[in-house]
Ligand binder design. Sequence first.
Ligand code: VAH
Length: 259
Amino acid sequence: MDYDAIQDVVINYEITDVYLMAAMLSATAEKFPMKAWNLNMNSLFNILNLARDGKIDRIFWPSSIAVFGPTTTKENTPQHSIMEPSTVYGISKQTGERWCEYYHNKYGVDVRSVRYPGLISYKTQPGGGTTDYAVDIYHKALKHKKYICFLNEENTLPMMFMDDAIRATVNIMLAAPEDVKIRNAYNLAAMSFNPKQITESIQKHIPDFKIKYELDFRQDIADSWPQSIDDSLARKDWGWEPEIDLDEMTKIMIENLKG
Ligand code: VAH
């Protein structure tokens, strides 16, 4: 991540707002801890420093519910909670949140962030995350009518369809600066489900779809995360409102993946 090269691009293309989406996700980050730390942190420092030096007006940087750890309240996790993440990815996101708030308070940098839940889209393949089972399951259901899941059937996690995530991202970036009262990262939520529930949703379209369970290291990661999130401050401060539930997401995913 070369600061000067990024500065050249920002200046040459007169870029004012940066959405910094680059990161190594939870499962892959456990395999390459130092690579993940360097990517997730240096990319953020480059952009924060460009904004500090007046080269960028506004930054969106995504945090994650991965900032919460095994000692956090699992249900309806409050905005201000105990945060003892046990993954490289979660530690990098928790640290990133603190630096975003520091750069805002010390240098007036207009950086805005939300704690994304697991995001699901039909436009991208799974990308090294623990919640990726909820993307891969649709591909496998359509291709093979069966899926081997690496999380247990009762493992409930906060999730969101990509269209809702994009809308939340645009909403927080369009909000008046004075309405963005939380400058580390807002809790954000849409739905929570487990592999059993998404299987039942898929079976409404593919009745003979079958799931088997073969747990792996990602179960420990998922066990450290909350099951549901209290996003009342995002709703209050900048009008967040999710629109897509599990069955609607399944309908969209199957319609767009079946070709
Ligand atoms: C991951 N999709 O699984 C990401 C996400 C809450 C999890 O941040 O690593």
